[in-house]
Design a binder for this molecule. Structure first.
Ligand SMILES: [Ca+2]
Length: 334
């Protein structure tokens, strides 16, 4: 038997119910510990398969996708051509020659136009965005790995060439995570009577999926909105999610997630697999959400994709994760 003492003890403690909140925290991330775990063979299982089999064939790691050329063409349909975050109130968005915000003939009321312009954000600064773990998870483990900056993993760059958010800027995400990235509260009450309001986000995602214990599991992410400053949340309307998130909470006796049943994202429609490049996503905002405290959040979760509780080891068997950039608010969308 390999040297696996700390993990094994922790796991037994978990199984025996001795440790309630530390079941996924059995080891550190040190290189020496990782080397001990390397080569560990899982016990016999009915699956008989390597749990890291990918549901997607595209390798999103390594930054091979050039956001300036792949996926969405940033030169078309790009509401940030006139960057509203760099504009001041002197840049009147209702100017008729700006089709991205003004519409064909009439734009939104000036107060609404100003509110939309104020809310739009290139995400080049943190600017009031917050992130945290979810579901009451607490232990010595990284449940929330949202980071702001320039990614070297996943797409290898932000959509706009500046900064953005990522579930891990320079590597794959870690198993057993569950965290949100929340926008500031926006006052869009001036837009309540407008016919249309959209939020346009750019994102890249590449989440693990694999088979274990007779099921296919899907790490993934979803978007939600709040009209009351984050007190309550509702699913993003009209989003054509590619699948349903299904979090694998454990993989045999050697690794299980803390609070294994506590995955908010589990069984919710979400972004699973990969979109294989920066993608522009426009979501129509219903009138009832256009309050003085409108916000949105990006929720993601990951389950167990590898039989170890070493962070570095699990990261080798997950995927690059989710990257979010350039959130614009507009009154019309092509
Ligand atoms: Ca940016």
């Amino acid at each position: 038997m390999r040297v696996f003492t700390r993990d094994l003890l922790a796991t037994w403690a978990c199984l025996a119910g001795v440790v309630v909140t530390g079941c996924a925290s059995g080891s550190s991330t040190s290189a020496s510990n990782a080397s001990q775990i390397t080569g560990y063979q899982p016990t016999a299982s009915s699956s008989g398969g390597e749990p890291t089999s990918e549901a997607t064939e595209d390798d999103g790691s390594g930054g091979s996708d050039d956001p300036t050329t792949g996926g969405t063409d940033p030169t078309t349909g790009e509401p940030t051509t006139d960057d509203p975050t760099e504009s001041t109130t002197t840049d009147e968005p209702t100017t008729s020659d700006d089709p991205t915000t003004a519409g064909e003939t009439t734009g939104p009321a000036p107060a609404c136009a100003n509110a939309l312009m104020t809310a739009s954000d290139a995400l080049d600064t943190i600017g009031g965005w917050t992130h945290d773990k979810m579901d009451g998870a607490s232990a010595n483990w990284t449940f929330d790995h949202w980071e702001h900056g320039v990614p070297s993993s996943g797409p290898g760059a932000c959509f706009d060439g500046g900064s953005c958010w990522a579930t891990n800027l320079d590597d794959n995400y870690i198993s057993c995570q569950r965290a949100f990235l929340k926008s500031p509260n926006y006052d869009l009450s001036a837009c309540a009577s407008e016919s249309d309001v959209y939020v346009v986000v750019r994102h890249y995602y590449d989440f693990w999926s694999g088979d274990w214990n007779g099921q296919t599991w899907y790490d993934g992410g979803l978007i939600e909105f709040s009209g009351d400053g984050g007190e309550s949340w509702e699913a993003a309307p009209g989003v054509n999610y590619p699948g349903t998130i299904a979090i694998n909470p454990d993989m045999g006796a050697f690794y299980e997630c803390v609070n294994a049943d506590g995955f908010y994202a589990h069984q919710r429609p979400g972004f699973v697999g990969t979109n294989d490049g920066w993608e522009e996503l426009a979501i129509a905002i219903p009138a009832h959400l256009r309050t003085s405290q409108l916000s949105l959040r990006f929720v993601y979760a990951s389950g167990v994709s590898y039989q170890t509780s070493n962070e570095q080891q699990t990261m080798q068997h997950t995927r690059p994760g989710w990257y979010v950039d350039a959130v614009d608010w507009v009154a019309s969308y092509p």
